[in-house]
Design a protein around this ligand. Sequence first.
Ligand code: G3P
Length: 196
Amino acid sequence: MKFVLLIICYLIGSIPTGYLLVKKVKGIDIRTVGSGNVGATNAARILGKWGFAAVFAVDMLKGFIPVWITGMLYPDVVLIAAVLVVLGHTYTVFLNFKGGKGVATAVGVFLALAPIPLGVAAVAFGVVIYISRMVSLSSITAAAVLAASVVLMDTEVSLKIFTVVIAAFVIYKHRTNISRIMKGEESRIEFKRKSS
Ligand code: G3P
């Protein structure tokens, strides 16, 4: 049963929300537009803010629900479930193993496992997005801050190792963004200013 649950975790992580929503609404393949990523940020480039909210919410729940349920039923394998759900999102079986960068799904995972460090990371995200307007740079910073927060605040060694590995993995998945940031070519979001 435990094994079946872990397979289900991978399959839930694999649901390509951004791909499915953009295909359904616009009839186009999200992988051919913008950054080519199947995540919420790229969905927003095609669908607008509501697309971001919808894809982020579902991808986040894909991380939260399976990890939360596994934690209740089999706490001994909760970190394996967490790894599988993130790997499902990033290497989805439904898109030839080419998925997203894992940010929203990792948010859901850490909402279940370490909500206070996640809150610290969310503040870091907010500060960087306000200054830079780059979602990728904000995600990378938040991943690093999350790892540091868990290492400093938590007592469980396995959770510390897991968090450092997931944070490093999420940063690794942003390598094309890092290259664009270094060249000054990364796209920025726009904040609507209030008209006076
Ligand atoms: O969650 C992914 C985000 O950090 C960057 O997305 O589409 O700009 O590569 P994108």
